[in-house]
Design a protein around this ligand. Structure first.
Ligand code: NAD
Ligand code: LMR
Length: 327
C-alpha cells in the first residue's frame, strides 16, 4: 500500500493555484510511490471556477491522485492535512508595495491559523499570500500548531538571485549554490552573494564586478516581483508555484552536506533577529519536517546593515497587525 499525503491549497482557483495543482497531482513533488489527496479552499464566489479546475484534474487521469475535496470552509479543507500551501490572498497591482495588502489580506490568516488545528500533527505550512512573512506570523500566532512548522516563501527570491548570478557569470544556474535570502519577502530583502558559490568557489572570486554584486544584483532581485507585474500586468504565478513546490521538496528531503536553501521561519534569535519574527534564513532540512538555521555565516558590515533594515520593516509590519496576533 503506497503512502498518502493530504495537501491543502488555498486560493486554488487563482493563478498560482492553477500552476501548482497539476504538478502536485502528478507525483512529481511527493514521489511516485505516494498518493496525493488535494484539499482545495476558495471563497464562495470562486467555487464554480474551482469546479472547472477539478474537472481538468479528473481529465488528467493522474494515477496517484486519490481524491479532491473542495470547500469554502477552512475547517473542512484542513481536516487531516499534512501540508498547507496558503496561497489565497489578493495580489498587488502596479505601483503597490506588498505591505499595502496587509490590512486586506492579514485577517484571512487569523481564521486559517485557527483552522490549522484540524490538521494532522505533522502538518507543515507554507505561506505564499502577501505580505507572506507577516501573514505567516498571523497564522502561526492564531494556531496551536508549533511555530517551527510554519514558513513563508522566499524560495522565489532565492531562485531569482541564483538566476541573476548565473547569467552574470555565464554559467548554468545549477552551478550556483548557497544563495541566501535574508529577511522579508519585500524590497528590503537582502539577497546574499557574499556567502554564495559558483562551482564551489565564492561568488566574489568568480564575479569580479563587485559594484554589480553590491548594487544592481540586489535591487534587481528586490524589485523582480514588481518588474514582472509591470511587464505581465499580473503578478508572477508559474515561477511562484514552482518555488513553493521546490520549498516542499526541500523540506521533505535531507539537504545535501554543505548546502542550504532559504525560507522565512520563526526566528529563534539567530543572527540577532528578534524571537518570533518570521525572517528568511539559510536553512538545512533534516528530511522529516524538521530543520535548523545555518549558524555562523560571516556577514560583512554591509550585510549586517541590510539585515537591520529588513528586520525593522518586519517589526513595523508586525505593529500594524498587532490586533490580529494572539500570542
Ligand atoms: P489570484 O488573484 O490569481 O488568486 C488568488 C485566489 O485566492 C483567488 O482565486 C481568490 O478567490 C482566492 N482567495 C482570496 N481570499 C481567499 C480566502 N480567504 N480563502 C481562500 N481563497 C481566497 O492571485 P495569485 O496570483 O494566485 O497570488 C496569490 C497570492 O500570492 C497574492 O497575495 C500574491 O501577492 C502572492 N504571491 C506571493 C509570492 C511569494 O514569493 N511569496 C509570489 C507570487 C505571488
Ligand atoms: C513576487 O515576488 O513575484 C510576488 O510576491 C508578487 C509581487 O507582488 O511581487
Amino acid at each position: 500500500m503506497s503512502k498518502l499525503v493530504k495537501v491543502a491549497v488555498t486560493g486554488a482557483a487563482g493563478q498560482i493555484g492553477y500552476a501548482m495543482l497539476f504538478r502536485l497531482a502528478s507525483g512529481e513533488i511527493f514521489g511516485h510511490d505516494t498518493r496525493v489527496a488535494l484539499h482545495l479552499l476558495e471563497i464562495t464566489p470562486a467555487l464554480k471556477s474551482l469546479e472547472g479546475v477539478v474537472m481538468e484534474l479528473e481529465d488528467c487521469a493522474f494515477p496517484l491522485l486519490e481524491n479532491v475535496v473542495i470547500s469554502d470552509n477552512a475547517n473542512v479543507a484542513f481536516e487531516g492535512i499534512n501540508w498547507a500551501l496558503l496561497v489565497g490572498a489578493k495580489p498587488r497591482g502596479k505601483g503597490m508595495e506588498r505591505s499595502d495588502l496587509i490590512r486586506e489580506n492579514g485577517p484571512i490568516f487569523v481564521g486559517q491559523g485557527q483552522a490549522l488545528n484540524k490538521a494532522a500533527k505533522d502538518v507543515q505550512i507554507l505561506v505564499v499570500g502577501n505580505p507572506a512573512n507577516t501573514n505567516c506570523l498571523i497564522a502561526a500566532s492564531n494556531s496551536d500548531v508549533p511555530r517551527e512548522q510554519f514558513a513563508a516563501m522566499t524560495r522565489l527570491d532565492e531562485n531569482r538571485a541564483a538566476a541573476q548570478l548565473a547569467k552574470k557569470a555565464g554559467v548554468a544556474v545549477n552551478q550556483v549554490s548557497n544563495v541566501t535570502i535574508w529577511g522579508n519577502h519585500s524590497t528590503t530583502q537582502y539577497p546574499d552573494a557574499e556567502n554564495a558559490k559558483i562551482n564551489g568557489k565564492p561568488v566574489y572570486e568568480v564575479i569580479t564586478d563587485h559594484d554589480w554584486l553590491k548594487g544592481n544584483f540586489i535591487s534587481v532581485v528586490q524589485k523582480r516581483g514588481a518588474t514582472v507585474i509591470e511587464a505581465r500586468g499580473l503578478s508572477s504565478a508559474a515561477s511562484a508555484a514552482n518555488a513553493a513546490l521546490a520549498h516542499v521538496k526541500s523540506m521533505n528531503s535531507k539537504t545535501a552536506e554543505g548546502q542550504w536553501f532559504s525560507g522565512a521561519f520563526s526566528s529563534d534569535g539567530s543572527y540577532g533577529i528578534d524571537h518570533g519574527l518570521v525572517f528568511s534564513f539559510p536553512v538545512v532540512s533534516h528530511g522529516d519536517g524538521s530543520y535548523h538555521i545555518v549558524q555562523d555565516l560571516p556577514l560583512s558590515d554591509f550585510a549586517k546593515q541590510k539585515l537591520v533594515v529588513t528586520a525593522e520593516e518586519l517589526r513595523q509590519e508586525k505593529a500594524v497587525v498587532q490586533n490580529l496576533l494572539k500570542k
